[in-house]
Design a protein around this ligand. Sequence first.
Ligand SMILES: Cc1cc2nc3c(=O)[nH]c(=O)nc-3n(C[C@H](O)[C@H](O)[C@H](O)COP(=O)(O)OP(=O)(O)OC[C@H]3O[C@@H](n4cnc5c(N)ncnc54)[C@H](O)[C@@H]3O)c2cc1C
Length: 298
Amino acid sequence: MLMFSNTHILVPEFELITPHTIEEAAGLAGELPSTALMAGGTDLLVQMKMEQRTPSRVIHLGRIPGLDRVTDAACLDLGATASIRTVGSTPGIVARYTALAEACQAFSTVQITVMGTIGGNVCNASPAADTAPALLVLDAVARVVSTSRSRDVPINEFFVAPGRTVLEAGEILESIRVPRITGTYGSTFFKMSRVTADISKVSVAVSLVRDGDSVEQCRIALGAVAATPLRATGAEATLTGAVLTESVIEEAAGVARGEITPISDVRSTATYRRQVAGVLVGDAIRSAWARSGGGVIR
Ligand SMILES: Cc1cc2nc3c(=O)[nH]c(=O)nc-3n(C[C@H](O)[C@H](O)[C@H](O)COP(=O)(O)OP(=O)(O)OC[C@H]3O[C@@H](n4cnc5c(N)ncnc54)[C@H](O)[C@@H]3O)c2cc1C
């Protein structure tokens, strides 16, 4: 049997182009059907080595000035090639957008976090992409550009299927924006993987706004338990407006278990994923609540 592995060399020839503006990159991206955009290359080059993708032209986005920006003024503005390491270690993100920082810190190895980018993570559209649940609970918006238009796509509409996003031919993710957060607010990301240096079996992010003993607003999102990262809107509804108690948390965790459609694969079984998803949802709610300044949950 012919086996392909990550240790293979890159066999097919391809042209490598390094544009210096996003307009130039967008023009090139629209020219050929067999074009691949590359940011850090930590997903793309593996796919090319394994001959799952054989582009004749690779457009490297890593030399476009400003595309790796991380700024936090009216909103958190992350350029598409901002590295996972930068996003996970920026003090303002750690303090205010904690779930996103924790998702980046949960990545497997230093090498991957230095090379890998936030844009590559979401555009690769793996159901297990670690930043996806965090961006979902933070109501992030993707800015997409092409030679003819620019559009904003809410992140909960961005993922279509495993490996597929709403991006059309010639479109490039320019940035991800996260609205500024105020008030008594907390967020958390948890990941379960086989070993530290592995992608998620299950991941969960929770954000909530607290009003005294009650949950004013809540977002719950999960990764690696469906064809795309997803919001558990039924579980969110269970919490919204409720005084937070252990029984409400258990109810929300149970509802979340019913909203996912996990599969069995090399990393885990569907049964295990469903069970652990509920446990992680409960733990993440407790953690986000504590971070919002909430008191003891009874
Ligand atoms: C050993 C190893 C460990 C890993 N561990 C983790 C982990 O713990 N958690 C995790 O979530 N992932 C992990 N990954 C996957 C990968 O590192 C991440 O998904 C990373 O964020 C990808 O970013 P990149 O810049 O390298 O993407 P690239 O490989 O450059 O691109 C990925 C895809 O996105 C497209 N793309 C990139 N940028 C853009 C853009 N601006 N606009 C449009 N399309 C674009 C590319 O065409 C390609 O299809 C791991 C990978 C490896 C090899």
